[in-house]
Design a binder for this molecule. Structure first.
Ligand code: Z5A
Length: 213
């Protein structure tokens, strides 16, 4: 008997948008429906990927060239995809990732102004025809996101960028969501946590109740 492939869901947004809090909420809802859920993150998610993450986010290292930053994101992603995401999906598990390729388009494309065609080339190389099943985009004004992130603790290397950098990232995410409305669920993350969780619940219920294709 063949096993039904699991779904791959990603959680995206600017800093302080509430991805991490809501990913845990989605996990509990999906598990309650009887699925096995693997939670992961990018950069990171594997032993090698977590080492790459340490380099990427270390505020004590000298400034990194934007190409280096992009290539390290995809190096981490290659490990993540081959060694964690794909094997889990094939087993029938669902995988929830705190960030994925949309973050490279938003941060390195929108934020750092790297030509999108270069990012697409890396995406094709590392992921081939693989596609994300559903992306939750937690959208909120940059000032609100940064104030939430600041209240939580010290800024990492990327969080130290100025507000205009995050405005470009937000615009890029919204633009991607507008071009792929079936894949993206845009969540109004400026609301209270309760209200945001309700929006997540509605979108997750649709996925959990969807008949297998
Ligand atoms: N990056 C990249 O540049 N390119 C790539 O390809 C990839 C990543 C994959 C690490 O990401 C960095 O890597 C990130 C992008 C870059 N840039 N930075 N910096 P990360 O996901 O590990 O770290 P993060 O983006 O900084 O996440 P975050 O700041 O932890 O935000 P969050 O996960 O969206 O939020 P949260 O931790 O759930 O919530 C933040 C705080 O707000 C917390 O105290 C919550 O209790 C509070 N919160 C959450 N929701 C609410 C609501 N609704 N009301 C009130 N308070 C709330």
């Amino acid at each position: 008997m063949s096993v039904e492939r699991g779904l791959f869901l990603t959680f995206e947004g600017i800093e302080g948008a509430g991805k991490t809090s809501n990913l845990q909420h989605a996990k509990a809802l999906i598990e309650a429906s009887g699925k096995t859920v693997i939670v992961s993150r990018e950069p990171g998610g594997t032993e090698v990927g977590e080492k790459i993450r340490e380099v990427l986010l270390n505020p004590e290292l000298p400034a990194m060239h934007s190409d280096t930053e992009l290539l390290l994101m995809f190096a981490s992603r290659a490990e993540h995809y081959r060694h964690k995401i794909l094997p889990a999906l094939v087993k029938g598990d669902w995988v929830l990732s705190d960030r994925f390729t949309d973050a490279s388009f938003a941060y390195q494309g929108g934020g750092r102004a790297i030509d999108t065609t270069r990012i697409t080339t890396l995406e094709d190389w590392v992921l081939g025809k693989f596609k994300v099943d559903k992306t939750f985009l937690f959208d909120l004004p940059v000032a609100l996101g940064l104030s939430r992130a600041k209240a939580r603790g010290a800024a990492d290397r990327i969080e130290q960028e100025e507000a205009a950098f995050f405005e470009r990232i937000r615009d890029c995410y919204l633009d991607r969501a507008a071009h792929e409305p079936m894949r993206f669920s845009v969540i109004d993350a400026s609301q209270s946590l309760d209200s945001v969780q309700q929006q997540v619940e509605q979108a997750v219920q649709v996925l959990v109740n969807k008949p297998a294709t």
